[in-house]
Structures are given as structure tokens and as C-alpha cells.
Design a protein around this ligand. Sequence first.
Ligand SMILES: *[C@@H]1O[C@H](CO)[C@@H](O)[C@H](O)[C@H]1NC(C)=O
Ligand SMILES: *[C@@H]1O[C@H](CO)[C@@H](O)[C@H](O)[C@H]1NC(C)=O
Ligand SMILES: *[C@@H]1O[C@H](CO)[C@@H](O)[C@H](O)[C@H]1NC(C)=O
Ligand SMILES: *[C@@H]1O[C@H](CO)[C@@H](O)[C@H](O)[C@H]1NC(C)=O
Ligand SMILES: *[C@@H]1O[C@H](CO)[C@@H](O)[C@H](O)[C@H]1NC(C)=O
Ligand SMILES: *[C@@H]1O[C@H](CO)[C@@H](O)[C@H](O)[C@H]1NC(C)=O
Ligand SMILES: *[C@@H]1O[C@H](CO)[C@@H](O)[C@H](O)[C@H]1NC(C)=O
Ligand SMILES: *[C@@H]1O[C@H](CO)[C@@H](O)[C@H](O)[C@H]1NC(C)=O
Ligand SMILES: *[C@@H]1O[C@H](CO)[C@@H](O)[C@H](O)[C@H]1NC(C)=O
Ligand SMILES: *[C@@H]1O[C@H](CO)[C@@H](O)[C@H](O)[C@H]1NC(C)=O
Ligand SMILES: *[C@@H]1O[C@H](CO)[C@@H](O)[C@H](O)[C@H]1NC(C)=O
Ligand SMILES: *[C@@H]1O[C@H](CO)[C@@H](O)[C@H](O)[C@H]1NC(C)=O
Length: 768
Amino acid sequence: MEKKMNLNLLTLVVLVTLPTCFAYNATIGWQTFNKGPPLVIANGGTSGLYPDQTLRAYRDAANSTSSPLALLCDLMISKDNFGICRPGFFLEMSTNTTSYPATAKRSTYSGYGQNLTGYFANDFTLAELLTVTGMRTSNARPPIFTQETLAAPENVSQIAAEFGVATWINVEFPEFFQEYPAPNSLLSYLTSFLKTNKVQYLSVTNSSILKLIAPTNGTRLVLKLLDYDGLVDPLFQNLTDIATYAQGVLVPNSYVIPKNFTGYGVYEGQATTAVQDAHKAGLEIFVYGFANDRQPYIYNYSKDPVLEVLSYVGDSFTADGIVTDFPNTAATAIHCYPDGFDKPSTIQASTPKLTNPIIIAEDGASGDLPGSTMAAYLKAIDDGADYIECKVQITSDGVPICRDGENLLNNTNIGSSQAKLEKYYTAYPDFGYGVFSFDVPSTEIQNLRGIISRPNNSTSRDPANDGKESILTLKEFLNLSKIYTNTGLYVNVQNAYKVYRLKNLDMVSAVATALAVADLTNAGDKVLLASEDTSALNAFQEVIPNVRLVYVIANNEMDYSVPREVLKEIKKYADTVHIYRSFIDRIDPYTYFVNKMTSVVQEAKALNMTVFYASISNEYLNLAFDYRADPHLKMYYLLQELQSNGKSLLDGFLTVYPATVYNFLNNNYCYRTLGGATNRSMSGRNDPIYRVYPDATAIWYIPPAFPVLNVTQGPVSYGNVVNATPPAPPPKPSSSPSLGSNLPFTLLASAVLIFILNFTLQQVIIDG
Ligand SMILES: *[C@@H]1O[C@H](CO)[C@@H](O)[C@H](O)[C@H]1NC(C)=O
Ligand SMILES: *[C@@H]1O[C@H](CO)[C@@H](O)[C@H](O)[C@H]1NC(C)=O
Ligand SMILES: *[C@@H]1O[C@H](CO)[C@@H](O)[C@H](O)[C@H]1NC(C)=O
Ligand SMILES: *[C@@H]1O[C@H](CO)[C@@H](O)[C@H](O)[C@H]1NC(C)=O
Ligand SMILES: *[C@@H]1O[C@H](CO)[C@@H](O)[C@H](O)[C@H]1NC(C)=O
Ligand SMILES: *[C@@H]1O[C@H](CO)[C@@H](O)[C@H](O)[C@H]1NC(C)=O
Ligand SMILES: *[C@@H]1O[C@H](CO)[C@@H](O)[C@H](O)[C@H]1NC(C)=O
Ligand SMILES: *[C@@H]1O[C@H](CO)[C@@H](O)[C@H](O)[C@H]1NC(C)=O
Ligand SMILES: *[C@@H]1O[C@H](CO)[C@@H](O)[C@H](O)[C@H]1NC(C)=O
Ligand SMILES: *[C@@H]1O[C@H](CO)[C@@H](O)[C@H](O)[C@H]1NC(C)=O
Ligand SMILES: *[C@@H]1O[C@H](CO)[C@@H](O)[C@H](O)[C@H]1NC(C)=O
Ligand SMILES: *[C@@H]1O[C@H](CO)[C@@H](O)[C@H](O)[C@H]1NC(C)=O
């Protein structure tokens, strides 16, 4: 195994190319039809956050998004021939029926070859519609905004004028509203509306009806084409023809970058020449279908919504506009990732406003690949990680391995072997049901293969590489330091105390030995040794005193508070603290907004501790609604919030998506130069990013007074190993465990050192 691994390492040494993704190239300028930056088209306002096409959603979009911006309204016609903006076909899809007038009832109309039954805009007067409240259209969105007033096209046009942005009217069901509430109602409405209101874009899904609209003063006419299960509308084959009656086309983004649903997620193929073709025909081309919280996920971008937008905004082609439910994410992609000087290094060399936190890749790039495998580590290094993490577990015969969790069912393919399940499936009070590494011998673990972790949704991460990557031992992981000398190793020892109590397996000695054998116990070594276990940290302090230690406040300690006294206690064991996000910006379980930032980071900094934030995830399910399903916005908020005198209080970010964090810290022009006036004017208006608090009227969750986290452990004395082989157990410490009350155990450092050295010699002989 050892020999094979070395060979793999040599062949896998690749030139590290750090990710750079830029929207704008000053040498060639914007590649849009008008040679200006692409338009962000807010689909019903910020409909990813607030109920679609309500006053609040439009105001928010206008206030939180860089120009050029358009506010899109899906036009419907009321009973009294006024306009109203609503998504979908039936009102009940986006409004709260309990707020309807008492006289309201469902009706049936024939249209689109069907009998359609529901609540229709054309059955209500505008006054009635303005008493109805908007409702979220997806369960993934905030439930708390229940009192939002619907917007009429006039409102949209007014808000647009107030903020100096554009109005976009889209008619999704032109045939229906041309017939209801009365014949020709759509065209007569549009004729007068376009005269009295400034409308920069009007899109219609029916080319015959679009042709009936007289060229109007300053309104660009756009043909909207639909997605026919991935097929392209035949009209799109003759762009020259479309150009005879329209100035632009609005198409599903799959027309530009085709998509394949594989049963669990989506893969994108090569871009078509749709954008270039439209431009050649003299048409602007706008793309729709963007939402940060869309399911199923597209795997090409590691679920990074900024990267997705950037793939439509580049040197080879740039779409003229992006229709999205999260307009400020699209604007961030367009305006904050420019190559302003045509030299990425210039941006990188510009002094960032804050010192950059380091990037620690959790289990490697484990959001994209099975965690703790060679592939995940190499990708993390390639993606710009400063440190790669090995979460250490132990086998039944005492071999430390890297696995993201002790339960092999969650991170290996052991579940596919009935025989192994029968043999090893079990339960422990501390660990629940599963197959646990400490029950399985290394000879069997060696034959297993990694699978990707699936935190919230069994299909949210790409299983394509499951069952392909072998399980690494800690020793193999440590060997990476010999090749990737710039990358640090983050060795996170999990459950040392519990496993020792349960199985008498000594992870502390095993890890200390492995580090000593790899010659990684010296002061300058780029190694961080982490644990959620003070007894383990204390033992490490004694046996390998030059290794920097990290205390982990983990996810499962969420219902505790961490006041200064606890941090002081932690500081006895480690100068660095790795804090799970809930202790810093806890998500309110009722509103899913951040309830309140805690002061744990400031408290730790007051004690001169180094602080790591765990962790930055791209999946919207892990992001508070404040962050608008956008990990870039989250990092921006955190760094704005947690700083002091131009220094970031966060010293590191853990992440399973190191490329996203790297791209944000190094290539986000807005983050790096905010406050530098010249650069700011160059990239246009920066996003005004601010915290979004829910209504004061919303029911607020009052967090309970959590008990204080107890970091002290019961007596344990590592080094007294019975089962582990090799080596032979070291001498039992002669001191009594009750000696220190603060430090629950003592360990004879010298005895362990001898044991390590002896083990080293044996290893050298075996390896040689
Ligand atoms: C910008 O465009 C020029 C000309 O096509 C190209 O040589 C250069 O590599 C581009 N810069 C970036 C950062 O892509
Ligand atoms: C824009 O948002 C900020 C922050 O919430 C707020 O203070 C400001 O009043 C808003 N501006 C307008 C014009 O709505
Ligand atoms: C509809 O509105 C009522 C009253 O404002 C509110 O109690 C209810 O939760 C809302 N329902 C939905 C689905 O938003
Ligand atoms: C619609 O309803 C009418 C009356 O009930 C019926 O005659 C007709 O066949 C229905 N049309 C369709 C497409 O179902
Ligand atoms: C066209 O728009 C301009 C500027 O908004 C206005 O001055 C002019 O009267 C408009 N013309 C027509 C025919 O509506
Ligand atoms: C495309 O449309 C143009 C203009 O209407 C027409 O002249 C031409 O014949 C059409 N081409 C095809 C291949 O249908
Ligand atoms: C989608 O999958 C099919 C079948 O595997 C393949 O032929 C096609 O090229 C794929 N398309 C894209 C866009 O990846
Ligand atoms: C999990 O993801 C799939 C698609 O990737 C989606 O259809 C499903 O609703 C999601 N389930 C949950 C519980 O979020
Ligand atoms: C690990 O697997 C167990 C049992 O299969 C399951 O209950 C648990 O939720 C899983 N943990 C994670 C983090 O997926
Ligand atoms: C933190 O460091 C500063 C500067 O080295 C020192 O003045 C201060 O006393 C330290 N505080 C603590 C709590 O160690
Ligand atoms: C913390 O836990 C230890 C070990 O379980 C126990 O001895 C001690 O009493 C606890 N301390 C507090 C304050 O609960
Ligand atoms: C070193 O290892 C050898 C061989 O396993 C053993 O005989 C010897 O007692 C060990 N020495 C110490 C000091 O543990």
C-alpha cells in the first residue's frame, strides 16, 4: 500500500493553478451587444428573499443591486383593465388566499387547450388585488413575510425611476389576457401604459402578439422563448426573422449552456453559440433561469452561484442580461469580479481592506469529491487551500486513518456489503447506529472506498466519484507535506476520549507517533493539531510540545454557550479555537435569519486567541436567509462585522468548497478595494450590502439561556494501550489520575517520547 501510494503521489503532482474567474477584461471590453456591462434583471424584485412582485421585493432589489438593473414585472390584467404584477398563472400560487376579499371565488376558463380552474387576476378589481398579500413561492424561502402588498406595473415604474433603474414588463400569458377580461384587453392596456410610463423592455412569449405592438418610444421589444424540456423553440433557428419585429430575445439559460439532469443533479455541457449568433443577427440576448436556491443543483460550479453567472459573462461571449431571483448575486459576479487592469495579479497585489483569513479545506474539497481522499486533497490544494484537514479516526487495530466521521456508513461504501454490515453494524450510546472505524480492522478498511458526505440532502452532492477513491491512513496524509510543502496539514483528532473509554484504543499516542515518524513535530512545521477533547490536547502538549494546538467547539455542542471563562479554560490547552458557526451567527430556528451575532469571537480575540470559523458552505440550506443563499455575501458580511482596526478577527475559514473562499478572498474586487474611491468608480456602483432583518412585527425567537460549555473531561490516561498493535504499550504512568483537578489526567511525557522514538526506528527498518 505504501509503495503504491508514493507512486500515485508522484504522478499526481500537478502544477498548482489557482482559480481566477473574472467578468470583465479591459483589453477587449464587455462582450455584450451594447459593449456595456450586462443588465441584471430582478425577477419580481428580490424574489429569492421577499414574496415575488411585491413592493418590498422591488424596493429591495433596487436598493441592493448595482446598476445596470431592471425590475421585471409579469403583467396580468385586472377585471377593471388595470395591470398587476404576478408570477405563474393562478393567483393562489403566489398570494395568500386567506387575505382575499370574502366574495372571491375560484373560476374556470378555457385556455391553452384546457379548462383552467383557480383564482384569476381578471376576476378581481385592482383595488381588491391590492388588499391581497404576497406569499413565498418556494418552501426554501423565508416564511415570515406575510403582509407584503402586491405591485402594479405603475409601482414598478415609479420605484425604477426613483432608483434610476429600468422597468421590464414581461407578458407570460399574452393569449389569455388578450382575451380576458375582454377582447383585446392586453393590447389596449399596453398601448396606453407604454405612453404614460417609461418601460425600457417589454417581452412577450407570443411572436404574433409581439408583432402587433407598435414600435414604441424607447421601449425595446423582446421575444421570450420557452424551455421545451431542453429543446429549443424552432423560432430561435431564424434569428434574422426575429430581428424584423424585436430588438432582443429572452431565452432559458439552457439555450446558451445545455444541461443534463443525471437523476441526482445537473451537468452542464459546452456552451452553444447562441449569444454570438443573436448578436450577429442584431439582437440582444437575455437569459433566465437563475436562482441561488434552485434544485436540483448544477454540479459544474460547486454550487457557487457567482461562478454560475460568470459562465455567461466572459471573454468569448457575454449575455446582455441575467434574469434572477437573487439580483445582487448576479451583480456581484458582474461588478465585483472584473479584471480591471487586465491583470488578475494587480487585484491580488492590491492591499486588501482586511488581512485575509487562511483557508482550511475540510476533508479536502469534500463538497465536490468524496472527503479525505487523495482526489479531494489534491483538488483542495489546486483550489487554493492553505491547509487541508484530516479528521482522524482509528481502526480496531489502532491505525489512524482520515475519515470525515467515525461512522463508515456515512463516508465509505461499506454499506454495499451485506456480509460486512452483518459483521459490524452496531450501536453505541455515544455514537448511535452505524459501522464504526474502531470496530473494523485496517486490512478491511483498506479495501473500502470513499463516498461523498451528504449533510442535508442525500442528493445535494455529486455521487459520481463514490466508490472510486481509497481510504487514506494518517501516515499517507502526512506524507503529502513532503510534496506540497506550501500546504499546511490540519490534523483533527476526533473522539479520542470516547474511543479510549469505549475500546481502550489510544488515538493520542497513535497520532503523536505518526507525527513524530513524519518529522512534523518541530516548531516551524506547518501542522495544526486539533481536537474537541481537552484531555487529548493536554496529552499532545506534553508529548509534542512544539506542535500548534487547536480546540474545536463542534457542531454537536450547539446548545451550549461559550463565555469568556470557558475560553480562558480552553486557552490552557490551545491558543487557537475552531468555532462552529452556530456559536457566532446562529440561525434562528423560527425565522432562519441570524438571530444575533454573539461576542464569542471578540472574547476569544481579547484573550489573544486565533479564531477559525467553521464553516463556509455553498449550499443554501446551510446559509441564514440574511446571506441570500450566497456564500460570497456571507463572507463579506462576516468580515465586515468581525473586524477591528482594519484587521479581521477571523483568522481562518474552514470550508468544503475552498475554491469559492479563495476566489472571494483574492479576486473579489469589491471586498478587496472597498473604500478605495478610484477603483470603486471603475467597477461602477458597488453593491450596498447590508444586513436584512425581518419585520419588527415578526415573532422573535428568544434564545434560551444555554448552559455553559464544559470543556473538562473525566479522568483518562492515554498511553495505557491494550488492544493497539504495534507497538507494545508504553509504561503505565505512575502518577494517579486524580493528581490535577483542572487537568484531569497526567501523562509521563518521557515515557511516551521513548516509545515514539523506538517506534520511529522500527518504522524506518520496516520501510527500508
Ligand atoms: C483579456 O483578453 C486578452 C485578449 O483576448 C487576453 O489575451 C487576456 O488573456 C484576457 N485576460 C484575461 C484575464 O482573461
Ligand atoms: C437602502 O437600504 C438601506 C439599508 O437597509 C436603508 O438604510 C436605506 O434607507 C435604503 N434606501 C432606500 C432608498 O430605500
Ligand atoms: C396568510 O396570511 C395570514 C394572515 O396574515 C397568515 O396568518 C398566514 O400565515 C398566511 N399564510 C401563508 C401561507 O403565508
Ligand atoms: C371543458 O369543460 C367543458 C364543460 O364542462 C367541456 O365540455 C370540455 O370538454 C372541457 N374541455 C377540456 C379541454 O377538458
Ligand atoms: C418619447 O420620449 C421622449 C423622452 O421620454 C419624450 O420627450 C417624447 O415626447 C416621447 N414621444 C412620444 C411619441 O411619446
Ligand atoms: C429567416 O427569416 C428571414 C426574414 O424573415 C427570411 O428572409 C429567411 O428566408 C428566413 N430563413 C430561413 C432559413 O427560414
Ligand atoms: C447529456 O447526456 C447525453 C447522454 O449521456 C450526452 O449524449 C449529451 O452530450 C449530454 N449533454 C450535455 C449537455 O452534457
Ligand atoms: C433533495 O434534492 C433533490 C434534488 O437534488 C430535491 O428534489 C429534493 O426535494 C431535496 N430534498 C430535500 C429534503 O431538500
Ligand atoms: C451517519 O449515518 C447515520 C446512520 O446511518 C445517520 O443516522 C447519521 O445522520 C449520519 N450522519 C451524517 C452526518 O450524515
Ligand atoms: C494580548 O496581547 C497583548 C499584546 O501582546 C497584551 O498586551 C495583552 O496583555 C494580551 N492579553 C491577554 C489576555 O493575554
Ligand atoms: C464538567 O465535566 C466534568 C467531567 O464530566 C465533571 O467532573 C465536572 O463536574 C463538570 N463541571 C461542571 C461545572 O459541570
Ligand atoms: C523498543 O522496541 C523493541 C522491539 O519491539 C523492544 O524490545 C524494546 O523493549 C523497546 N524499547 C523501549 C524502550 O520501549
